[in-house]
Write a protein of this length. Structure first.
Ligand code: IMP
Ligand code: MG
Length: 198
């Protein structure tokens, strides 16, 4: 494709001034694509072993978990189904109150099912503790949690993570589904965002 497809040479030269997103100097790689892929394979093997004989329902929490879920489910060698939920947590200023609202609910019943919730990162734990108790209240047979990242220092409500990718320090991270103001979800790696205002 030549420059005219983007509307002429003026626009293509302004693209040239933009740093490529994956080499953005504001990012410090924490886990490479290869490290993540290796860990996801291990988690998938553990899940396949633990759920042998069951057909779990994977529930991805939108939007952040979509990348992790799509890789993880292809590492699970079992009959399974996939659903999505979207949740918003309320807070005043920087603090989350633990008040949570379901924005997009499941399209299927969970009673009697073995549920594996798939989340990108557990921070305070408020969102997931609400979600897990909701799924128990709806009659799920079992509810377990897979989370790519555990920011454990920030925990306010204890949430057991049955399948954990990595523990990380208290830093703001992006990539592999995680965003800052909806940007960076497409990074194939997880990185610390050095300066959010850049
Ligand atoms: P919590 O565990 O209820 O505090 O909420 C976790 C949610 O906060 C995650 O699903 C993310 O959407 C968001 N979050 C927390 N820490 C980060 C981060 O470092 N980067 C991007 N999103 C984050
Ligand atoms: Mg999220």
């Amino acid at each position: 494709m030549n420059a005219t497809h983007f509307g002429g040479s003026d626009l293509s030269s302004s693209f040239a001034l933009q740093p490529a997103e994956f080499e953005n100097p504001n990012l410090e790689v924490l886990f490479s694509a290869a490290q993540i892929a290796a860990r996801v394979e291990e988690l998938g093997a553990n899940i396949s072993r633990d759920y042998a004989g069951s057909a779990p329902l994977l529930i991805g929490v939108l939007k952040g978990a979509c990348v992790f879920l799509s890789d993880l489910m292809r590492a699970i060698d079992l009959p399974l189904a996939v659903e999505f939920m979207a949740i918003s947590s309320y807070g005043t200023g920087m603090r989350s109150t633990g008040e949570v609202r379901i924005i997009k609910d499941l399209d299927t019943a969970v009673d009697g099912r073995d549920i594996l919730v798939v989340e990108d990162i557990i921070d305070t734990g408020l969102t997931l503790s609400y979600l897990i108790s909701t799924l128990h209240a709806r009659g799920a047979r079992t509810v377990k949690l897979a989370a790519l990242l555990d920011k454990h220092e920030r925990r306010e409500r204890e949430v057991p993570i049955d399948y954990k990718g990595f523990t990380i320090p208290d830093a703001f991270v992006v990539g592999y589904g995680l965003d800052y103001a909806e940007r960076y979800r497409n990074l194939p790696f997880v990185a610390v965002l050095k300066n959010p205002y850049n």
